[in-house]
Design a binder for this molecule. Structure first.
Ligand SMILES: NC(=O)c1ccc[n+]([C@@H]2O[C@H](COP(=O)([O-])OP(=O)(O)OC[C@H]3O[C@@H](n4cnc5c(N)ncnc54)[C@H](OP(=O)(O)O)[C@@H]3O)[C@@H](O)[C@H]2O)c1
Length: 273
């Protein structure tokens, strides 16, 4: 089977991650094109991946099976409007811009467009990302398969039926690398107060987080059961867990994540249509 031809509009961080993942999975570099207004970004992409990079969005996306809009949310409107007149009936638009709804993209490119909205996260840089995907009704099953292949190349990808779930996914995985890093930061600070050398403390924290994620991935047990297994009654872990629970960890996470959902909805609302 021949590879889908893919054009990235915007050749920044996210595009680079996705291209790296695609090439690692054997996608041919000849079927990937990038368009970016920034000559530095174009040069970087060409040097890193030997794919064609150009400055004309319209030329770059001509005849592409999949056009991935990988520009900042505030730039997406002008890019989509620029591409609209030459979109072909079989072209699929994939937007990774945070907070831009399918309804808004349709206003730029027309009602007949096939559109996928994706919410990836930064661990995609190390091919361990998590991406939520939503397709409008125009998207064909074969196109969904092609899109899933792109995002699976940089980690885990899943579909949702309801677009509002993309806002929830923004809170659950899109923004979540920062939650975990905040926990790393806090633990690192306390570990130093407890007298551990800085580098050693950080090494222990990172390895423990990595190992715990691996354990949770490979275990068939429910998360709460897994936690109970490592929490002996009357032990040190129980003392720590009790302190978290008494301090209201659940309410704190509830507030943080609902605030993230609210902000995602506000950003969508703020964008001009
Ligand atoms: N990074 C993440 O973790 C993450 C996670 C989820 C979703 N996203 C979404 O992914 C999108 C891209 O993020 P990113 O971090 O990859 O951004 P980025 O590194 O800034 O890349 C965007 C690139 O597009 C270029 N550009 C600007 N206007 C353009 C135009 N009219 N035509 C073609 N190229 C243009 C930019 O050039 P200049 O720098 O010169 O403007 C830049 O090189 C954003 O919408 C973001 O919301 C990112």
């Amino acid at each position: 089977m021949t590879d889908s031809s893919i054009t990235f509009i915007g050749g920044g961080n996210m595009a680079a991650c996705l291209i790296e993942g695609l090439l690692a999975k054997g996608h041919s570099p000849q079927s990937i094109r990038v368009s970016d207004i920034n000559s530095g970004a174009r040069k970087k992409i060409e040097n890193m991946f030997q794919v064609t990079a150009m400055s004309d969005n319209v030329v770059a996306s001509k005849d592409a099976d999949i056009i991935i809009l990988a520009v900042k949310p505030q730039t997406l409107g002008e890019v989509a409007k620029e591409l609209a007149p030459q979109l072909r009936s079989h072209s699929l638009i994939v937007s990774i811009a945070a907070g831009i709804s399918v309804r808004q993209i349709v206003r730029y490119v027309g009602k007949s467009a096939s559109i996928v909205r994706a919410m990836p996260n930064t661990p995609a840089v190390v091919l361990s990302g998590a991406t939520g995907l939503y397709a409008n009704p125009k998207v064909l099953p074969s196109q969904k398969t092609a899109v899933e292949k792109i995002f699976s190349a940089v980690g885990y990808a899943c579909w949702v039926e309801d677009e509002s779930h993309i806002d929830a996914i923004t809170a659950v995985s899109g923004s979540a690398p920062a939650y975990f890093l905040l926990i790393f930061e806090t633990m690192h600070c306390v570990a130093r107060e407890l007298g551990l050398p800085e580098t050693l403390a950080l090494g222990l924290i990172k390895q423990t987080a990595y190992g715990t994620a691996k354990l949770a991935q490979s275990s068939s047990l429910a998360i709460d059961e897994l936690r109970r297994q490592v929490t002996s009654p009357g032990g040190t872990t129980e003392a720590a867990v009790k302190a978290f629970q008494d301090g209201g960890i659940e309410d704190l996470f509830r507030k943080a994540m609902t605030d993230a959902v609210k902000r995602s909805q506000e950003i969508s609302f703020d964008q001009p249509v």
